[in-house]
Design a protein around this ligand. Sequence first.
Ligand SMILES: [Zn+2]
Length: 217
Amino acid sequence: MTLFASLFSSGKDRKDSIRGNYKPKKKHPAGSSRYTLRQSLKNNLAGGTLIKDSVICPEGEDENEWIAMNTIECYNTMNMCYSFIQEFCTENSCPQMTGAKATYLWTDGKGKPQELSAPKYIDNLTNWINDQIDNPSVFPVDDSDFPKNFRSVISKIISRMLRVYAHIYHAHWDHVKNLKVDKHTNTSLKHLQYFAEHFNLIGEKDISVMKHVFDTL
Ligand SMILES: [Zn+2]
């Protein structure tokens, strides 16, 4: 099994290597098209398909369903990558949400942007993404249409996921290396990058913030 394919397995080995507070999104319901698409992604990867080819929507499939499924998968792997180093990311060690190129302020779109510690920021961020994924008017669970702003919501989700990676690479890379999860982390980010680039779901600003990391993957 390739390294990337192993990210999609839920076997004992992976569970044992996961630390911290890993809470994956519920699985795609059996029988749903997202479930079938995930199986197809998993089978391709187990068969050795390259990551950059694996993000292409299979012919005849609904592109929005494919994007929805990949977004949830990227969210789960991002959560897993953060859980590896979560015990080192505390109010004391990370009083600010730092990346290499920026310190991020949290905004819920209502009040003034707030400076939060990285763990609090990431907690808010994952709750926000969870809310989007659980909202059937954004991620339809039956045959309903996807909303008109679906891709702009996905872009926002991706932009926020990239901030978690920005923090991991900037503040916790030594921890990642010591735990020997650097390949998993790089592979997870690479999937997110190829997926986002393929469907134009990543803005110039996010690319420039992450370019120094993307270039090393
Ligand atoms: Zn941290």
